[in-house]
Design a protein around this ligand. Structure first.
Ligand code: NAP
Length: 345
């Protein structure tokens, strides 16, 4: 039987790398769309030993013609459109770019699929950031939306575009309403990875302190390797649909820091409140954690916990990596990199 072809945009990112690994293992021919640049961003694909096992093509998601041409030439069976501006923090500084890359970028892809590859199945990663206010308990696919960041607004536009194209043009297009998912390949500008890389440098005698925003912010965190399996499962269903993908638990930034430090042999205790909070190494009394208002968002969503019951029931999707295992995995990986003097990515 001929191999199935999957096209992944954003293949150089965290999810792109884990998804490519999973699809290669499943026997797919994997084509990765990357932005043109003089130096390709390949460390994540290299970390999973994927360079050479996938085909990379230049694809600008802002250029409709290049998307059309690629779809006509490769006729992919499955499309995972993961490329786009993915940082909430950055979206407050670059709201128009975020709307263009993350919101309209998805619509441009849907239009191209409708015109050039209507039989292909498409996955779009929406986000828990499309919810945001008036949250009472766990959120699922039936909750109202109220995004609290330009990123959330862009993801909501893309979410409705997927549904509209599914209904209007009968595309097999699905949204994963993805809650935060992390890994040793998470971008450096996300808080979890900032915590593990900085603590690893502290543990190795490098950087002196970790500066964070609100320690009491809580997130529903899962492991990216588990979440990409849900993306694949959505495209194996007879009918396209939308699913919350979440762990169903929240943990605070404070808990993440404490656990990550413990995995590196550092016992941290916190004193004070709000902006005055400090984290000290218990053994030496040395201050390791400081709070800065610079890392507070202009607006925050209510604490969000996802209810992934529909994905459990219909996709038979069950995450394998719990919070403690995830934090330990990230902490140990960054400690190892720091000890080896490896460049971060
Ligand atoms: P990531 O590590 O930041 O990767 C983003 C990818 O998109 C990279 O390959 C990047 O390419 C590419 N990209 C960035 N801007 C682009 C643009 N303007 N045009 C084309 N490509 C662009 O993100 P991720 O964590 O893998 O997330 C994958 C997708 O899931 C994103 O759409 C994200 O918004 C969404 N999502 C993620 C989470 C999460 O917790 N991780 C939760 C909900 C939704 P370069 O290498 O060239 O920069």
């Amino acid at each position: 039987m001929a191999k199935k072809t999957a096209l992944i945009t954003g293949i150089t990112g965290q999810d792109g790398a884990y998804l490519a690994q999973s699809l290669v293992q499943k026997g797919y021919r994997v084509i990765g769309g990357t932005r043109r640049s003089s130096i390709l961003n390949l460390p994540r694909l290299a970390a999973l030993d994927l360079v050479g096992q996938i085909e990379l093509v230049t694809l600008d998601v802002q250029d409709f013609t290049s998307i059309m041409r690629l779809l006509q030439e490769e006729a992919p069976d499955e499309i995972y459109h993961l490329g786009g501006q993915s940082s909430v923090q950055v979206s407050f500084q670059q709201p128009l770019y975020t709307a263009e890359a993350t919101g309209q970028g998805a619509l441009r892809f849907l239009e191209a699929v409708a015109l050039a590859a209507p039989e292909a199945r498409l996955f779009h990663p929406s986000s828990s950031e499309i919810f945001g206010q008036n949250i009472d308990g766990k959120v699922d696919e039936e909750n109202d939306f109220h995004p609290r960041s330009p990123y959330g607004v862009a993801k909501l536009f893309a979410y409705w575009s997927v549904i509209n194209h599914r209904e209007a043009y009968h595309l097999h297009a699905s949204n994963g309403i993805m809650f935060n998912h992390e890994s040793p390949l998470r971008g450096m500008d996300f808080v979890t990875r900032k915590i593990t890389t900085t603590l690893a440098q502290i543990a190795c005698g490098g950087q002196q302190e970790l500066i964070l925003g609100n320690l009491d912010n809580a997130r529903d965190w899962g492991f990216a390797g588990d979440y990409v399996e849900a993306m694949w499962l959505m495209l194996q269903q007879e009918a396209a649909d939308d699913y919350v993908i979440a762990s169903g638990e929240t943990h605070s930034v404070r808990a993440f820091v404490t656990l990550a430090a413990a995995a590196m042999g550092i016992d941290i205790v916190f004193e004070g409140e709000g902006l005055e909070t400090c984290g000290f190494e218990k053994k030496t009394g040395r201050q390791l954690v400081r709070i800065s208002a610079d890392f507070y968002r202009p607006s925050e969503p209510d604490p969000l916990i996802g209810n992934a019951a529909k994905a459990h029931r219909k996709l038979n999707w069950h995450p394998k990596t719990d919070f403690e295992k995830l934090v330990t995995l990230m902490a140990e990986s960054d400690l190892q990199r720091a000890r080896n003097g490896q460049v971060w990515y």
